[in-house]
Design a protein around this ligand. Structure first.
Ligand SMILES: Nc1ncnc2c1ncn2[C@@H]1O[C@H](COP(=O)(O)OP(=O)(O)OP(=O)(O)O)[C@@H](O)[C@H]1O
Ligand SMILES: Nc1ccn([C@@H]2O[C@H](COP(=O)(O)O)[C@@H](O)[C@H]2O)c(=O)n1
Length: 242
């Protein structure tokens, strides 16, 4: 039987590093840097939900219209780069890397993420992207990676931070936007998303990295420490045939 914590499309096993967390917890920035340091790929799973929300809006529909979302998901020409140094997202021949961060898309994205058929479809895509990555490992970040997409990953991390700290970091990023409105939007999205999957508490076996009192470099170092410990145990288990 194949080891479910690794995947192989090319004969070379790919190690999955699974990272979940709420909005603004640092998942994308920290995972991208960790991937660079490890020489791994980086998979931003939220980008698929964002790109589908963008696609639905671009077709003139609303993400609250479940059948419009399902129709769009069935013909969704999505592509994403797993290179942490050359990150891009495309829908057909449109580069939507920037467009999917637009507040209009951010406000609409939970509407597509709540549909179980959409989740099943994109989860299969994520597993295929990891399997076919041709890389020794991929850092995969999102909301349900540790629990649904890759529950057998050798390293599973819940990256978290105090809600006010997350809101302040996001607000610092979005210069010129009202800090109160940014915080409200962030908390509203977490509330909607956490009705669908639990990314606020760590599932059994998942390590918590709380960055509330850590700067960016310290957070990356804390994640890499968990990765080192987890991959060492995994290698030993493989060696022992467990
Ligand atoms: N430990 C840290 N200290 C200070 N700033 C941080 C830290 N971690 C992340 N940041 C900053 O916080 C902001 C939010 O991080 P990031 O976009 O990576 O979060 P995210 O979890 O991917 O958010 P979302 O789910 O909304 O996409 C970024 O500006 C990032 O540089
Ligand atoms: N595994 C995931 C990842 C994301 N989502 C949904 O996508 C939205 C955008 O994610 P970001 O990480 O880019 O902020 C997020 O708000 C969720 O609605 C998800 O459901 N599962």
């Amino acid at each position: 039987m194949t080891d479910p914590s690794t995947s192989s499309g090319t004969g070379t096993a790919t190690v999955t590093i699974a990272i979940d967390g709420p909005a603004g917890s640092g998942k994308s920035s920290v995972s991208k840097e960790a991937a660079r340091r490890l020489g791994f790929g980086y998979l931003d799973t939220g980008a698929a939900y964002r790109a589908l929300a963008w696609h639905v809006l671009d077709l003139g529909a609303e993400t609250s219209d479940e059948s419009a979302v399902q129709d769009a998901a069935e013909r969704f020409p999505y592509a994403i780069s797993l290179d942490p140094d050359r990150y891009w997202v495309r829908v057909g021949d449109r580069d939507v890397t920037e467009a999917i961060r637009d507040p209009r898309v951010t406000a609409a994205v939970s509407g597509v993420a709540r549909i179980p058929a959409v989740r099943t479809r994109v989860n299969a895509l994520f597993r295929a992207l990891v399997r076919d990555s041709g890389r020794p490992g991929v850092v995969v970040e999102g909301r349900d990676i540790t629990t649904v997409v890759a529950p057998d990953a050798p390293v599973r991390i819940l990256l978290t931070a105090d809600p006010d700290v997350r809101a302040a970091r996001r607000s610092a990023e979005l210069q010129g936007e009202d800090a109160g409105a940014v915080a409200t939007a962030l908390h509203r999205r977490d509330a909607a998303d956490s009705k669908v999957v639990d990314f606020l508490t760590a599932a059994p076996g998942v390590s918590v990295v709380d960055s509330t009192d850590l700067d960016f470099a310290q957070t990356v170092a804390a994640v890499l420490d968990v990765v080192a410990a987890g991959t060492q145990t995994h290698t030993q288990e493989m060696h022992d045939g467990r």
